[in-house]
Design a protein around this ligand. Structure first.
Ligand code: PLP
Length: 468
């Protein structure tokens, strides 16, 4: 049988030619040569394979075609990097979008400290070694009434460290109604196992009594644990002992009570009272020996895990080798310090910490913003069907699931022929990326999570997506 003709690979331009020509292409000329060469190799390899398969045409070998493919290849690679997203979903603590937005003061602090050296572990007064995070820990104690504080990477780390130190190889008593799963692979029984503690479940899903805890206490019990069911509620025929009763029981048996508060509402505040959200100072006052919570949920700071409580419980944790592995980075400390300083004047915290500002926005504030967005969109898309209407926002991030947050949204009913999911995808992949809710046959822009300074960019991105 005659051999099939060998494909002609000589039509492929050389790397030298391609690199030379790329210098006159706007999307490519600023790329570092090594990066460009790597993208071109990918493109050429693809072309070679298609030529060998006989699945290509001569024009595929043209220099301009290959350079355009290299430009697309680089754009596809770069699209994975972190970039700005306008969050019009109304979900305030959107885990997919980085949970809390930092206060301007926090951003300034981390930017200025990131540029140079800082006194991370040096006491500048004495010239001796200082402790990382000491100032932030002091602030936390003063703000909440805790005796001691320890900051690690996130609340999962805080919980694992606490359980490893206080309960390795021993039992931790938890109500069945509190064995939570938080998004992103956090499941309490698994965190407990990773920390080396033995889970001792008591009660039932909907009802756990104090006597259930008491009956489970024996000489291998390390501690009692209370877990805030952050992201769900059990309503109806349900019951579980509060912090006061649990602390009293634990202390009667000389055991500590560990309260995983999750969201971390930092101060006693009308906002949290209205939302029926337990606060950090309240838990400590009610007798918890150790509380843990996230820095980037209701606190509104950077990702961190914060442990607060009695000195003799917290101090030994610092010497656990896990604490070293879970230690927090200087930029996080910088942002956390600036955020906590805002809490020193609670009014300022509520105005300047974006999570708190979003939660306390009034319908008058939101209506004004919605009207501005509607006008801005109408200017760009005079034919569009737009209306300002009531809606509902969500705290998100596993916080306040049962707290209704009435909001004001702009609803856009696109012309027939524009598919809503395709439109939402175009908005998501645009620059800036825009995330929206699709609901009731329209696209919803919730102003609760859109900054005042983002309205024009948002309108422009929408007009662009409607055009293409
Ligand atoms: C969110 C949450 C966690 C996990 O916190 P991360 O900071 O995301 O690690 C743990 N426990 C509870 C109760 C939570 O709500």
């Amino acid at each position: 049988m005659p051999e099939p003709p060998k494909p002609d690979l000589s039509a492929i331009p050389s790397m030298t030619v391609l690199l030379g020509e790329s210098r006159s292409v706007p999307g490519l000329r600023d790329e570092p040569p090594a990066v460009l060469a790597d993208a071109l190799r990918t493109v050429l390899e693809r072309l070679r394979r298609r030529l060998l398969d006989g699945a290509t045409q001569p024009e595929d070998c043209r220099v301009q075609v290959l350079l355009e493919q290299a430009r697309q290849e680089l754009a596809a690679r770069r699209s994975g990097r972190l970039r700005r997203v306008i969050n019009a979903t109304g979900v305030i603590l959107h885990t997919g979008l980085g949970r809390s937005v930092l206060a301007a003061a926090a951003v300034e602090r981390l930017a200025s400290l990131g540029k140079g050296y800082c006194n991370l572990e040096l006491d500048l007064d004495t010239g001796r070694r200082g402790r990382r995070g000491q100032y932030a820990e002091g602030l936390l104690c003063r703000l909440t009434g805790a005796e001691s504080a320890l900051i690690v990477n996130n609340n999962a780390a805080a919980t694992m460290l606490a359980l490893n130190h206080l309960a390795q190889g021993r039992e931790v008593i938890v109500s069945r109604g509190q064995l939570i799963e938080i998004g992103g692979s956090y499941r309490l029984p698994e965190v407990m196992a990773a920390g080396g503690a033995i889970l001792r479940e008591v009660g039932t899903t909907n009802k756990t009594h104090l006597r259930d805890y008491e009956a489970a206490i024996h000489d291998r019990t390390a501690l009692l644990m209370h877990v805030h069911t952050s992201n769900f509620r059990i309503v109806g025929f349900s019951e579980s002992p509060g912090t006061v009763e649990l602390a009293e029981l634990a202390h009667r048996h000389r055991l500590p009570l560990f309260d995983d508060l999750g969201s971390g509402a930092l101060l006693d505040d009308e906002l949290w009272a209205a939302a029926n959200e337990p606060t950090v100072p309240a838990s400590l006052r009610q007798g918890a020996d150790l509380v843990a919570f996230s820095g980037d949920k209701l606190l509104g700071g950077p990702q961190a895990g914060i442990l607060l409580g009695r000195r003799e419980v917290i101090e030994p944790l610092r010497r656990n080798p896990m604490a070293r592995a879970l230690r927090i980075d200087k930029l996080t400390i910088a942002a956390l310090e600036a955020t906590l300083e805002l809490y020193e004047s609670p009014g300022r915290a509520r105005r300047e910490i974006p999570v708190l500002a979003a939660l306390s926005a009034t319908s008058a504030d939101l209506s004004t913003l919605a009207e501005r967005l509607r006008e801005s969109l109408a200017r760009r898309m005079p034919e569009a069907q737009l209306r300002v209407t009531p809606g509902e926002s969500f705290a998100g991030g596993g916080s306040l699931p049962a707290w209704p947050l009435p909001t004001v949204v702009v609803q856009w009913l696109p012309a027939a022929g524009l598919r809503l999911d395709a439109l939402a995808a175009r908005l998501r992949t645009g620059d800036p990326s825009v995330l929206v809710r699709v609901q009731d046959g329209g696209v919803i822009f919730d102003l609760r999570t859109v900054g005042e300074g983002e309205i024009e960019d948002l309108a422009e991105a929408v007009a662009e997506a409607a055009r293409t």
